[in-house]
Design a protein around this ligand. Structure first.
Ligand code: ASP
Length: 320
């Protein structure tokens, strides 16, 4: 059976580095370690699904990114994490929302896909599945971070709350207040094309700093923050989740390719710089199509991102 060259792309969120994090090197290291973790799976002939999970787990284990051990705090100073996986070869998906104490939420999303008849589990029911399936848990100390707590206090002190997202705009062109950069960087995601020609995507996040408990963003919602279909592409988003939900970003890119015949790049540009931006959404995405094209558009100042092709070294970028 003939094989195709694999490729994997990751993102580490669409915020930009704040002054106290001026050293970019650790972010590049984190992104490239994730690319290598995913590429190792692909190199061995593994599936795109296993590769994106491995890459996202690597990012969840890195405290610099807003997922897993680096998850941001809610308004109650707790952690509520969301994650998802989707397999483009069969449109299977698994997702969790509002989970706490789970070391790698993306592994739990995978367990939802593999071990239940459901797509999305939330809160305690999702945590119970983790316990039943032996998905590793971690104590509160593992998720605690002085820096993240200080970030919460800064956002609180600034008064408006993270949801400086303003939904009061009455027309598509009236610009709502964008979310503060301080509240939203580091969500992680990955997309891959494996040697068998299958695509997959995975996303994991702590959400938004100071979010209202119970709030769920786009990351675990199939068709919004994630999508994968061998017929078109795989997509993993990051940014102001409410806007990504309202614009159905993942599925819109797929649909433009499927029904309008647009290329990955045309579809991604149209959505990220069109509808998403028009309703005030800030962020971007990584995407790969079944031919191995990679597109990583964003309308924010920067987006932590990287790509690695078979036989090549990993490459990572932050700004344009
Ligand atoms: N999209 C994520 C959310 O809204 C946050 C992010 O990507 O930064 O939960």
């Amino acid at each position: 059976m003939s094989t195709v060259p694999f490729v994997i792309a990751v993102h580490g969120g669409a915020g930009t580095i704040s002054p106290e994090q001026a050293n970019e090197a650790p972010y590049h290291e984190g992104l490239q370690a994730a690319l290598r973790a995913g590429a190792a799976v692909l190199e061995a002939g593994g599936s795109a699904l296993d590769a994106v999970q491995a890459a996202v787990q690597s990012l969840e284990d890195c405290p610099l990114f807003n997922a897993g051990c680096g998850a941001v705090y809610t308004a109650d100073a707790t952690h509520e994490m969301d994650a998802s996986v989707m397999d483009g070869s069969n449109l299977k998906a698994g997702a969790v929302a509002g989970v706490h104490g789970v070391r790698n939420p993306v592994a739990l999303a995978r367990a939802v896909m593999d071990h239940t008849n459901h797509v999305l589990l939330v809160g305690e029911g999702a945590v119970r599945l983790a316990q039943e399936q032996g998905v590793p848990m971690a104590d509160a100390a593992y998720f605690h971070s002085e820096e993240r707590l200080a970030q919460l206090q800064r956002v609180r002190a600034q008064g408006a709350g993270v949801m400086a997202l303003d939904h009061s705009a009455k027309t598509l062109t009236e610009k709502p207040t964008p979310i503060r950069e301080d509240g939203k960087h580091g969500t992680v995601g990955a997309v891959a094309l494996d040697q068998h020609g299958n695509v997959a995507a995975a996303v994991s996040t702590g959400g938004l700093t100071n979010k209202r408990p119970g709030r769920v963003g786009d990351s675990p919602i199939v068709g919004a923050g994630i999508y994968a279909n061998n017929a078109t592409c795989a997509i993993a988003c990051t940014g102001t989740g409410e806007h990504f939900l309202r614009a159905c970003v993942g599925h819109d890119i797929h649909a433009r390719m499927a029904y309008k015949g647009e290329s990955l790049e045309q579809a991604g540009e149209a959505v990220v710089h069109g509808l998403l931006k028009d309703i005030g959404g800030s962020g971007g995405l990584v995407s790969v199509d079944a031919k191995g094209h990679v597109h990583m558009p964003f309308n924010s100042v920067g987006m932590y991102r990287g790509v690695m092709r078979q036989g090549e070294a990993p490459q990572s970028f932050i700004f344009r």
